[in-house]
Design a protein around this ligand. Structure first.
Ligand SMILES: Cc1cc2nc3c(=O)[nH]c(=O)nc-3n(C[C@H](O)[C@H](O)[C@H](O)COP(=O)(O)OP(=O)(O)OC[C@H]3O[C@@H](n4cnc5c(N)ncnc54)[C@H](O)[C@@H]3O)c2cc1C
Length: 400
């Protein structure tokens, strides 16, 4: 079984293999980062869940069935972090726009400030001289994955010890992670820096790193453990979700993308799918070079999604570039293109452009919102601890 599945059948196999460890063993051991090839205490399912080769409902359902709500509680809660972050950003999309604008300024600064350029390159290559940080930078580049605790330590050292702009660190993750996600990534970096919960930041401590890496690293004296949080920024008030759209009856084309390749459980209502297409845009996640391994991962996941769409709907399926969607829809003889709803990020931006191009030709783009997202996203109005109270009921109601 590959460590990071790119097909649904591989992802289902990993889900089944990890199910026995989703209970108390997960709660006890999930913080330990034992290094590449030794991440058995955590699921490594995020690249599959991120692109919905597996849905959150399936993963939570598997955990509850294997262990019951109490023993599976910690694992289930972690899965809901993804939904919480997505909802939080969906209600405040200006935070995504502000990240993109801040990143553009920092990329500009790389071109003009030699010191920053050198320090950034050393951090990205894992050549800072801080052994743990350098090892994580190399693991990220080599595997496209980091343990959650390593992501927290890495981001904290990047911001508070190396004093590099957080946007460039978030960008490095998006360029190299197989599960690179606009909401989980941007908001986790903001949380580490102290922007997400104003005044509260996450400081990596040498003692904590030594303990949870089981002695692989001991960065005593190397880390800035007293730094103040980043200067606070006002948080926008949460907006409202646009109403859920209903697929109309009749022939329609289905447009897939990396935000949701869960073809089997997609509810297309009374629509009859006569063609399926899909696109991925690895290069849209950063103005800098995106790892070819990320592009390969996405291409493989998309081609698996298209094959499953062809099997489910009995309709021809193939890749279609965003600019070619209106012609593709016309050729398929449809007036409606259905697409899974994409939360704030580069895919949503591409869908907005596609929607405008379709409208010019008198065609309609209809976004399909899952019951999971419809239930979770509006609840992300405050901090996670307010959201957490809803998890047992959400899990009971929505788990597959
Ligand atoms: C600075 C930083 C950046 C991050 N960037 C991303 C990102 O780009 N994409 C991404 O998917 N996750 C991101 N995370 C969240 C988390 O680190 C990963 O989802 C997790 O490490 C995935 O590994 P796993 O599947 O083995 O997790 P497990 O421990 O097995 O967790 C099970 C599932 O729960 C979800 N989950 C667990 N922890 C979190 C979390 N903190 N936030 C959101 N979902 C979580 C994931 O879907 C994961 O597959 C980031 C965290 C930090 C601190």
């Amino acid at each position: 079984m590959p460590e990071f599945p790119t097909t649904r059948s591989e992802a289902l196999a990993r889900l089944a293999a990890f199910a026995p460890r989703m209970g108390r063993a997960y709660a006890a051991r999930r913080n330990a980062d034992l290094g590449p090839g030794r991440h058995e205490a955590v699921s490594r399912l995020s690249p599959a869940i991120r692109h919905r080769l597996l849905t959150e409902a399936e993963v939570v359902g598997t955990a509850l069935a294997a262990h019951g709500p109490e023993a599976a509680g910690k694992f289930v809660e972690e899965v809901f972090w993804r939904s919480y972050w997505k909802g939080w950003l969906e209600l405040r999309p200006s935070v995504w726009a502000a990240y993109r604008a801040g990143l553009a300024r920092q990329v500009q600064a790389l071109a003009t400030r030699g010191g920053l350029r050198k320090a950034h390159a050393a951090a990205c290559r894992g050549e800072t001289g801080i052994a743990c940080f350098d090892a994580w930078a190399r693991e990220l580049a080599a595997t496209g994955y980091l343990h959650n605790h390593a992501r927290m330590w890495f981001a904290s050292i990047w911001i508070f010890t190396l004093r590099l702009p957080w946007e460039l660190g978030a960008d490095l993750f998006l360029r190299q992670l197989r599960d690179g996600d606009p909401a989980s990534n941007t908001l986790s970096w903001r949380w580490v820096g102290g922007l997400q919960t104003p005044g509260k930041h996450y400081l990596a401590r040498a003692e904590n790193i030594a303990r949870w890496t089981e002695g692989r690293f001991d960065p005593r004296g190397e880390l800035e453990e007293q730094a103040a949080p980043l200067p606070p920024e006002p948080l926008p008030a949460p907006g409202r979700l646009p109403p859920r759209e209903e697929p109309p009856p009749g022939p329609a084309a289905l447009l897939l993308h990396e935000e949701d390749l869960g073809v089997e459980s997609l509810d297309v209502g009374p629509a009859r799918i006569v063609a399926a297409g899909g696109f991925v845009l690895p290069e849209a996640r950063s103005p800098l070079l995106v790892s070819p391994a990320v592009a390969r991962h996405l291409a493989a996941a998309l081609s698996d999604g298209l094959a499953r769409a062809e099997a489910r709907f009995g309709a021809p399926a193939g890749q279609v570039l965003p600019d070619a969607v209106p012609d593709w829809a016309k050729e398929a003889g449809v007036r409606t293109v259905l697409t899974p709803e994409a939360p704030a990020g580069w895919t949503a931006e591409a869908l907005a452009r596609i929607e405008a191009a379709l409208a010019e030709r008198g065609l309609r783009l209809v976004r399909l919102r899952r019951a999971w997202d419809e239930a979770c996203w509006p609840l992300a109005t405050r901090g996670f601890f307010a959201f957490r109270g809803h998890i047992p009921e959400l899990a009971r109601r929505l788990a597959a």
